[in-house]
Design a protein around this ligand. Structure first.
Ligand code: ADP
Length: 461
């Protein structure tokens, strides 16, 4: 039998489980802000690590020269060359994307770093450049215990990486050794994660940038904190008043948002790093399509809305987040794109319009929860640094003086850049959480200036 109602029930159940009404999001904001305070007070006091970055100065647009950089953090890695002129001017930029074969994400660290080093070597040769004594920027987007601006040990892998012997190693040193093995005369002089790199980039273009958010394969954020607020290392690490903190918010588990049976954390047997990274697994690009696939699979188990051709639906990760966004953004009256994606990706043919609508709804629900949670994360940071318009922190002073303060949040990542509905939901939720009252005050209207900027990298010397 067709059992349409059962299919609808699956979707309704998912929708209910993913509900993020404003007041619940406000509580998520408060919980995250509390975790952030705890993470600054002591190591291991919070799921949110609040890692120190050793970055206490950010570029201001006056930097000049040619720089090379490596970016490793997700499905591919990037090699790049930048030529900077003064006045926030990027004279030349060359970026190359290289895929990372899945076996390399589970093999040996030597193989992984050799791959990167040899790609860099080829790149430099093709660019006709010299590596002579050059400094290298290394964006490494996994949790690292930073020992200095140019060194740090891997705390653990996230996303789909799991090279166990690399945990605890200095990843900059691993890359340096691979550079030597590959005959390159370069050295890592700055090791940052992508959230910190994006903050640097934002600050390079706009000095009002206070925080950066990554919404790509994974999700994370960084922001500029008062050094005095970092009580776990009071006065030890920096002479500067300000320090960049890497929030590592992917591991936050919002207590107000229950996991649904379709959330990845529940599918223990299929996943590495299970139960970790709840926030990341509800928000980011590696997982969003997979959540939708699990709901589709649930629907296929409960009903026969997809007929009998549902074998592919049981293959983990076969339904990617770009597929999900293509479905959600299909605005053709007969949902042609939805039909095509189902056919091409999942080999499910001739899905009736009514069922296609249900599929769109599933993709919408997963997107909406993800974008709204990310919005709550952003507001939590603004709250933590007193830029959320409430009467706390340094903003008081500015309000009294009547000086409105811009706060720019640099947002970067393939999911955010490639998916306009996600952006709309996120922006809408930020306004919503901040509330009409605050959003409509003269301060708020131009305090919060959320921008998205393309990926870039900045290094420090
Ligand atoms: P990373 O730097 O962490 O590898 P990226 O910033 O390149 O990640 O983002 C890649 C992620 O963005 C992928 O996981 C993919 O799912 C997601 N993504 C890319 N393009 C789109 C799109 N058009 N719609 C939805 N998600 C997208």
């Amino acid at each position: 039998r067709y059992r349409w109602n059962r299919a609808v029930e699956v979707v309704r159940g998912f929708e209910k489980g993913c509900a993020t009404p404003t007041e619940r999001l406000q509580r998520v904001v408060n919980s995250l802000a509390v975790e952030m305070f705890a993470g600054l007070a002591s190591e291991d006091a919070s799921k949110v690590r609040m890692l120190l970055t050793c970055v206490d100065e950010l570029p201001d647009g006056s930097e000049e020269g040619i720089y090379y950089a490596i970016d490793l953090g997700g499905t591919s890695f990037r090699v790049m060359k930048l030529e900077l002129g003064s006045g926030s001017m990027v004279i030349n930029k060359k970026v190359e994307y290289r895929p990372i074969a899945e076996e390399l994400t589970k093999g040996s660290s030597e193989d992984l770093f050799d791959l990167i080093a040899s790609a860099l070597k080829n790149f430099i040769e093709r660019e006709g450049g010299k590596d002579e004594g050059r400094a290298l920027g290394f964006t490494f987007s996994f949790p690292v215990r930073q020992a200095s601006i140019s060194s740090g040990s891997l705390i653990r892998w996230t996303k789909e990486f799991s090279i166990e012997e690399a945990v605890g190693k200095d990843v900059a040193q691993c890359l340096n050794e691979a550079l030597v093995r590959n005959g390159l005369n370069l050295q890592v002089t700055a090791l940052v994660n992508n959230a910190v790199g994006t903050l640097a980039m934002g600050h390079y273009y706009d000095e009002d940038t206070v925080a950066a958010v990554i919404i790509g394969a994974g999700t994370n954020a960084s922001y500029i904190e008062r050094s005095a607020a970092i009580t776990k290392c009071r006065g030890l690490l920096t002479n500067s008043d300000l320090t960049v903190v890497n929030v590592e918010w992917g591991s936050f588990r919002p207590p107000q948002i229950p996991l649904t049976p379709y959330d990845i954390c529940f599918n223990v047997e299929k996943k590495r790093n299970h139960y970790d990274q709840a926030f990341e697994k509800m928000i980011s690009g590696v997982y969003l399509g997979e959540i939708a696939r699990l709901v589709l699979q649930g629907m296929a188990q409960e009903s026969d809305v997809f007929g009998s051709s549902v074998n592919f639906l049981s293959t983990p990760f076969i339904f990617s987040t770009p597929c999900l966004s293509a479905i959600r953004e299909d605005d053709s009256p007969d949902l042609r794109v939805v039909g095509r994606v189902l056919e091409e990706q999942l080999k499910i043919q001739d899905v009736p319009l009514k069922t296609r609508r249900l599929v769109v709804r599933i993709c919408d629900i997963a997107t909406r929860r993800a974008a709204r949670l990310a919005a709550a994360g952003i507001v939590a940071i603004l709250q933590k640094i007193g830029r959320d318009g409430t009467l706390c922190g340094t903003t008081n002073v500015r309000k009294i003086r009547g000086e409105p303060k811009r706060s720019v949040v640099a947002i970067e990542g393939g999911l955010y850049q490639g998916y306009s509905v996600f952006r709309e939901y996120l922006n809408e939720a930020v306004d919503e959480i901040l509330g009409d009252e605050i959003a409509s005050t003269m301060y708020m209207q131009w305090w919060i200036d959320i921008k998205w900027i393309k990926k870039w990298i900045v290094r420090y010397f």
